[in-house]
Write a protein that binds this ligand. Structure first.
Ligand SMILES: Cc1cc2nc3c(=O)[nH]c(=O)nc-3n(C[C@H](O)[C@H](O)[C@H](O)COP(=O)(O)OP(=O)(O)OC[C@H]3O[C@@H](n4cnc5c(N)ncnc54)[C@H](O)[C@@H]3O)c2cc1C
Length: 407
């Protein structure tokens, strides 16, 4: 072992950088190897629509969101929970605030200022960065092997380390992060990896041409999406291929289970969630016998895109009876064909099985190799839970590495 010990962190996303910071603070020599030319590109992408760092809710409630993987994450998340994360961001000069539904954001909303300050801090702690290094596995004598793009051809370099933290991310948005190719490398070493699938993603719906021509890109502002026994409220967006938006992402786990179980999934949309059904029915009952169904719906303040969804749900045969029309608007069926592809999903379900790890996130069959972040087999809704677990497991894997190194 070198003195001080040397740890290779592979993957320069939130989990890897958090592991690097924790290790460097303990006097350990850390080098971060990253596939792309710059660090944390997915974090920057996440910040484009408001960087939701964590959720300011009681820790037991927060942990529930990681079920069934909550027990495996519990210690890391309790030790590095929302308060810890907020004060960490504060120390970086990226003070946070609690927004609607207790979501926590940096005041700047974006990730770039936080990341800049973080990289400066890591630099000050002596962390070295090796961008443009694609990890491709281990050599026969246990060194880490990287492919480094050169002007003419790629070259291979081998790196010895006393311990390694793998924080390679999931398989969504490969343009800014991982393509999940680490899975084959680990499986070849006997590590159990659950299949990587899209999580927090849109759903594929086969719309009619008429509907999509008129409503592609239209938001539906206030909807309750129901699937199985779950409901999720918020804004959804009609896309050429289906539906996107917060409530759809939140429902996507249940949709995946339903498709896995039965081969298809019907979700229901309550397009007038603030109106009880009898009040909606009263509004839809027309005093004028010739009034069209569409103008009755408009009079009841159902927006055009929602009326379009009702037409899609009925093959353009809206019921004439006010009670039936109200029932439809409160539970419009949408047949989901599939989840959107993993390339555009917010996150990835599946990953390195917790059964392959000890309580410090070390691979039981590869002593000295720790795993953190989204490449672990947990799944959670959006709302800050994803980054929360990435930061927490990055810090926890660093503690594990320190313990293993005899610190
Ligand atoms: C559009 C979008 C918005 C999001 N918004 C939020 C949000 O607001 N709140 C939230 O909690 N979560 C959000 N997320 C999810 C969050 O960004 C991820 O969960 C988080 O970035 C995962 O962190 P990680 O460190 O585990 O992996 P990553 O961030 O994916 O980092 C892994 C790193 O490893 C590198 N890497 C991969 N393979 C190799 C290799 N072979 N060799 C070397 N390096 C490699 C990658 O290039 C990458 O930089 C969002 C995601 C997306 C796509």
């Amino acid at each position: 072992m070198t003195d001080p010990p040397a740890v290779a962190v592979v993957g320069g996303g939130p989990a890897g950088l958090m592991a690097a910071e924790a290790l460097a603070r303990r006097g350990i020599n850390v080098t971060v190897h990253e596939l792309h030319r710059s660090m944390a590109r997915k974090l920057l992408l996440a910040g484009r629509s408001g960087l939701n760092l964590t959720k300011a809710e009681p820790i037991d409630e927060l942990l529930d969101r990681y079920e069934p993987s909550a027990p495996a994450l519990e210690r890391a998340v309790r030790d590095h929970g929302p308060d810890w994360l907020r004060s960490w961001a504060d120390d970086l000069g990226a003070a946070t605030f609690v927004g609607s539904s207790r979501r926590v954001f940096p005041e700047a909303m974006r990730a770039a200022p936080l990341l800049r300050a973080w990289l400066r801090r890591l630099d000050g702690l002596g962390v070295r960065f090796r961008p443009g290094h694609r990890w491709c596995g281990w050599t026969d004598d246990g060194a880490l092997r990287f492919e480094v793009a050169g002007a003419d051809a790629a070259r291979l370099i081998d790196v010895e380390a006393d311990a390694t933290v793998l924080a390679l991310g999931g398989a969504s948005w490969p343009r800014v992060g991982s393509d999940g190719s680490w899975r084959a490398i680990l499986e070849a070493r006997g590590v159990a990896v659950e299949p990587l699938t899209a999580a927090n993603c849109g759903v594929v719906v086969s719309w009619s041409d008429v509907f999509i021509e008129r409503f592609e890109g239209e938001p539906v502002k206030n909807v309750v999406v129901s699937v199985a026994d779950e409901t999720h409220r918020g804004e959804i967006v009609v896309t050429r291929r289906g539906l996107e938006g917060g409530p759809i992402y939140a429902a996507s786990r249940a949709v995946r289970h339903e498709i896995g179980r039965t081969g298809h999934c019907r979700i229901r949309l309550d397009l007038a969630p603030d109106l009880p059904i009898d009040r909606l029915r009263d509004r839809l009952a027309s005093p004028r016998p010739k009034e069209t169904r569409t103008s009755r719906l408009r009079r009841a303040r159902v927006p055009p895109v929602a009326i379009g969804l009702l037409r899609e749900a009925t093959g353009n045969r809206l019921p004439g009876d006010a009670t039936d029309l109200a029932k439809l608007a409160k539970a419009a069926p949408v047949e989901v064909e599939a989840l959107m592809s993993i390339d555009r999903a917010i996150s990835t379900a599946g990953g390195v099985s917790f059964a392959a790890l000890d309580e410090h996130f070390m691979l039981c069959d590869l002593p000295g190799v720790f795993v953190a972040g989204e490449m672990l087999d947990w799944d959670a809704p959006t709302g800050g839970y994803l980054l929360q677990a990435c930061f927490a497991t990055g810090a926890a894997a660093a503690t594990g590495a320190e313990v293993w190194l005899g610190g």
